[in-house]
Ligand binder design. Sequence first.
Ligand code: ATR
Length: 276
Amino acid sequence: MKRFAVIGQPIAHSLSPRIHRAFAEQTDIALSYEAIEVAPEALAGQLAQWHREAWSGLNVTLPHKTAVPAACVDCSERARVAEAVNTLCHLDNGWYGDNTDGEGLLRDLVDNLDVAVANQRILVLGAGGAARGILLPLLQRRPAELVLSNRTPWKPEAIAEAMAEHGRIRPSTHLALKGDRFDLVINAMSVGHSGHFPRLPEGLFDEGAVAYDLSYGAAHAPFAACARAQGAAVVHDGLGMLVEQAAVSFQLWNAVLPRTDALIATLRAESRSTAV
Ligand code: ATR
């Protein structure tokens, strides 16, 4: 039986085991998938051990996504550009690193939610690891404009420069967005449960504009409140992206792309019924 796991710290609340086991059942593939807590100092040794034990693949989550590329013998272009890996595939000579976050976002936005990306004015809020993972796939869909805004100004400037060969990103601070209008605003800030969403200038959402949050569950509330107050026409959380990035990882490992619609609906219904 093929062995898989998601590794991170903390990891107990990860939905990945549930998602991958559902995919395995749906596609009739025999596999095991666990959630394993790994401390940063144990990461390199654990990865080497799981490779020796012939584990088939791993998902990687916080805080390891940016440390794992150094432990790979090779990485996909999208993982190299993101400087982050969320999926490891077993090769004979070591781990191959990939990043399915951006494709997961695009599959949810474009295929599930029917949100346009091509020729749209897009704002990404936040310039950490989560933002880096989605920029290349967004640029590849040829938006009219892609603005990257962050509290700390040098981060979007450095990313825009590093990614210049892939397309134009306009770096900004949140306050410097005054007067700009967007069709799609994506939140990639990890403001989390603190609830202190940064102040954004009024009028960022043009008529009919869509808000999409990479966060889901309780962590989605601060951006949802901000987007609604700003007049966003629709507000989406990142639950669909979570399932879609998992589906792309599953396909890399098992050569079958699972269906996602029923699982997203189930998880969404559960998150509504447990929301406070
Ligand atoms: P992740 O991997 O989740 O992206 P990260 O790399 O630590 O985590 O990045 C967190 C992002 O959220 C950054 O863009 C951070 O802004 P700074 O670069 O200025 O630190 C942003 N962020 C987190 N809390 C924030 C807050 N209270 N106000 C504004 N931005 C915040």
